[in-house]
Design a protein around this ligand. Structure first.
Ligand code: ATP
Length: 249
């Protein structure tokens, strides 16, 4: 049986009288890559903002199983601070790359590892961790280059590496292939699949449907703050409602 990592339960977020999220419920399991798609303004980023503690809902809960399924310890992230949520292992890569231009690739990954771990790693373990992450995101040969010299795709992978260095249980990626070339998009898809593990849930917000098809085990289609459809990508593509509000446009 799949273990639920995040249980979104009756969530409503209001901005004034407008409901950006409207009584939304969904469950994301450990071991899956879940894509969240939908038209502009559907509430995708707002959902990630609630899960990361940036936005407080008007109603509802987001229950996080912090143990990766190994024991039954849960809490409601909507009652915790942004930093407590991050420390518990829910991590996010924001849409816009925001690297430190004057620091090297290795220094970035070290910051991610240092900021991430609940217990500090000793020096050899930290070095191993940094090397492993650079290898995973394909930046080993650029270890000593400054981030400011990297291409757009490499900056995206560097940021994914920073998040990965903290060994997240829930990894959220907001539009990871926006502005990337086809080849970079292809590499990012392979990377996301490599990051998938039984004790990790990956949540990706993205508009590139071919990319979504390559990475997602399941897709949640949001529309006006509610779930319009949920299922594998071939079913999403064939759904008349989804075609009408999103894919057909
Ligand atoms: N801080 C805010 N104040 C007022 N309205 C907001 C705020 N944040 C988001 N909204 C509104 O809530 C709705 C949902 O926005 P959200 O950014 O979650 O959509 P999205 O699905 O991520 O869209 P996109 O694909 O364009 O990124 C939009 O209509 C947006 O204008």
């Amino acid at each position: 049986m799949a273990v639920t990592a995040l249980l979104v339960d009756g969530l409503t977020v209001r901005f004034g009288s407008f409901r950006a999220i409207d009584d939304l419920s969904l469950a994301i399991d450990y071991g899956e890559v879940r894509a969240v798609i939908g038209p502009n303004g559907a509430g995708k980023t707002t959902l990630l903002d609630v899960i990361s503690g940036i936005t407080r809902p008007k109603e509802g809960r987001v229950i996080f199983d912090a143990t990766g399924g190994s024991a039954n310890v849960t809490f409601d992230v909507t009652t915790r601070s942004e930093s407590a949520i991050a420390r518990a292992g829910i991590r996010r890569k924001f849409q816009k790359p925001s690297v430190f231009e004057g620091l090297s690739v290795r220094q970035h990954i070290a910051i991610g590892a240092d900021a991430g771990f609940r217990r500090r790693l000793d020096e050899p373990a930290l070095e191993d961790r940094i090397s492993e992450v650079m290898e995973t995101v394909g930046l080993t040969e650029h270890a000593d280059r400054l981030a400011g010299e990297l291409g757009h795709g490499q900056k995206q992978w560097l940021e994914i590496g920073m998040v990965l260095a903290s060994d997240p249980k829930v990894l959220m990626l907001d539009e990871p292939v926006a502005g990337l070339t086809d080849e970079e998009t292809e590499r990012t898809a392979a990377l996301v699949r490599r990051l998938n593990r039984p004790d990790r849930a990956i949540v990706v917000v993205e508009h590139d449907m071919d990319f979504v098809e390559r990475i997602a085990d399941r897709v949640t289609v949001l529309h006006e703050g509610r779930t319009l459809f949920e299922g594998p990508m071939d079913k999403v593509r064939a759904d008349a409602g989804v075609i009408e509000v999103y894919l057909g446009r």
